[in-house]
Design a protein around this ligand. Sequence first.
Ligand code: ARG
Ligand code: ZN
Length: 863
Amino acid sequence: MDVIATASPAPTTIHRADYRPPDWLVPEIALEFDLAPAATRVRATLSVTRNGAHDRPLRLDGDALTPLSVTVDGAPVSWEMDGGDLVLALGGDAHSITTEVELSPETNTQLMGLYASGGLLCTQCEAEGFRRITFFPDRPDVLARYSVRMTADKARFPILLANGDPVGSGNLDDGRHWAEWNDPFPKPSYLFALVAGDLVANRSTFVTRSGREVQLGIWVRAADLPKTDHALQALETSMRWDEQVYGREYDLDVFNIVAVDDFNFGAMENKGLNIFNSRYILADPDTATDYDYDGIAAVVAHEYFHNWSGNRVTCRDWFQLSLKEGFTVYRDQSFSADQGSPAVKRIEDVRGLRAAQFPEDAGPLAHPIRPDSYMEISNFYTATIYNKGAEVIRMMATLLGAQKFRAGTDLYFDRFDGTAATCEDFVASMEEAGDTDLSQFRRWYSQAGTPRVTASISHEQGSGRALLTLAQAVPPTPGQPDKAPMVLPLKLRLFGSETGAPLGPERLVVLSDARAEVVFEGVSERPLLSINRGFSAPVIVETDRSAADLAFLSAHDDDPFARYEAMQQLMLDTLVAAVATGRGDHAAVIAAVKNTLTDAKLDHAFIAEAVLLPSESFVGDQMGVVDPDAIFRAREALRRDLGQRLESEWRAAYDATRAGAFAYTPAAKGDRRLKTVALGYIAAGGASDAAHLAFRQFEAADNMTDRQGALVTLTSGTSDERVAALDIFYNRYADNPLVLDKWFQVQALSSRDDALAAVEELARHKDFTLANPNRARALVGAFGVNQRAFHDLSGRGYRFLADQLIALDKLNPQTAAKLLPPLGRWKRFDVARAALMKAELHRILATPGLSKDMFEQASKSLD
Ligand code: ARG
Ligand code: ZN
């Protein structure tokens, strides 16, 4: 154990077991904002009631607030501050408390609370930002009815929006105006929002299934209005989908979304007034990729679905965060699957889980989807809470079946509507409506770590019996050395190794013990095992399937996801062996890729996903000690070989997918995807015209997918066209921040030898700034996942990241802390790299004035 030198005392740890109901409730709050960028006055009047018999004072959370005045029932009182909190000793059980504070939105670089972005004033309150706006019991189990009055300069801020329904507006003398909004639904403070600015709306009317009219508006700067149709359409589709699939109807007369440029994450589900990172709203073919379009639809749906899973039923405390986030991610994933190809969507989601959540679960920051403790809740908006949380919901849906799962969600929504619930409430609803015992399943909420399943099958030719032996183990994680077996729903099916025919139907085997055996009868030929089909459980599966068997399954399995998995496993085994031996045996991969690439029955989107090699980091995750250079070499060698040996097939695929004018349809998306994947392989094979081909695609493109796809290929190469394309791209989009982010990101992800030096240089570019989270993530965040460049043996990559994090922490601790995890993976690297990484973590911790966010991430990463 290291001695950790820190500049400040350790922040306190909050424990789930310490939960206590609130001492005081706040049924109503009236807020008055006198808005201006440099100085905003906030006057809040809270009606408070004592909750139960106790004599504890009223404690109102505050963060960097100074009370200008405090009155109780209209009379000025003396008050006490405890840290940032305002504490009032009160007799009696019900009072009206009024406080006044002044804020400076334009200097709020944390982007939490009330802040300025591109001429707008806007808010972000989840998780604990409301206490930066006014004194309040800022916890999700205090639900209040909000009325909001805003006044502001009419010329600068002609539009004034808040939660709920508009109830009045008018002009004042002196060029100011006012607006009032009331939200009839009691809500926790983290769902409060307001926006003031010069905005225009793309509007529409939605009629709910019970015939109510809802006014929809997507609010942006006038120049961005043409880029809002996709988001508006996604909103309408989501609203209909939630009625049809979950029976959930929208409940207010208006639903507004505002796009802002400076935002700490994707978007926020404030009641009736969602606020979005503009990257998840703005799209047109010239500036947004298909990936961006899909992301917009998914995030619009996600935030809309929160109106029920999050707002109507909220969380009792932040340890229950996955109650709303895991469930809502599951809902948005199902929505997206319904809009296009479910198999391709599942492949993308699983790839994301493996890229972000599996490493988290295997590292120093591992935590269960319902954590037991935290220092800073912002650090727990993680892939585990969101994406593993969604997998846990998906497993319940699999175990119960569609009908009972729907009965369970109905019961949950009905029973807990208007309340702050727990994960336990959700599981109990499933149990009751599904008439199922989920006692052991609950371990998914308390145990961290990705379970490992081993499976091996033996076959008796004579009796026609096959015996499948399954075993599971959950690895130790911080604070959890010993694990109990989990409930693992494994979909499996056998296929004949000669005929490729299914040997019996798909079966759902629920593995709940450490070991189990499953017997199959009537198995007439040597069986091949297709297991964890559709990724029915979020586990790592190890089998003894040979390269030939995996190649065969990649061609014959009837589940497209399982075909993809067989191919991935084959590629992974090939690369891991190549790293170990220094020379790769590529024959099986080449044959399998050729087969998939030329299979006319497969759609292009699927082919494009299936022929992609696993990422360098995912290969690293399979190894005891990660050797980033050897992995890079092995993977490049396989890419080159695939490119050369299948050159005519790649060219045929490339030519076959030259689609006509841009259309955002699943087929056209699949064409574009395969086209760029094929281009990448043609270039990897070293074809002499590859750069020319890429540059032609770059120049001829009528859409960003093709243009960026070509740019990615050129950027990692050495051609003259590379520099030209980067310059053209930069000049063409110099005034579009979202596209400039792509320009930074593409270079940060480059596989060239000079990627690290280029990133250091880009951090000094005039368009680089840490103040905008999208820009910071585009360069610094992307660099952290460029395995070879980041892990450069010199340690310069580590130093670069630490320098950027230390600088960013002073502006925006929340965004900084999110970018730290790549430094915490030192245990998985050789001693030289590990020492360099730890030295940077120590340097971060020794920084004076370090935030609690960063302290938690860095100190836990050293354990
Ligand atoms: N609830 C928002 C969403 O999922 C995200 C809020 C993130 N908050 C944070 N402190 N990181 O859609
Ligand atoms: Zn969410």
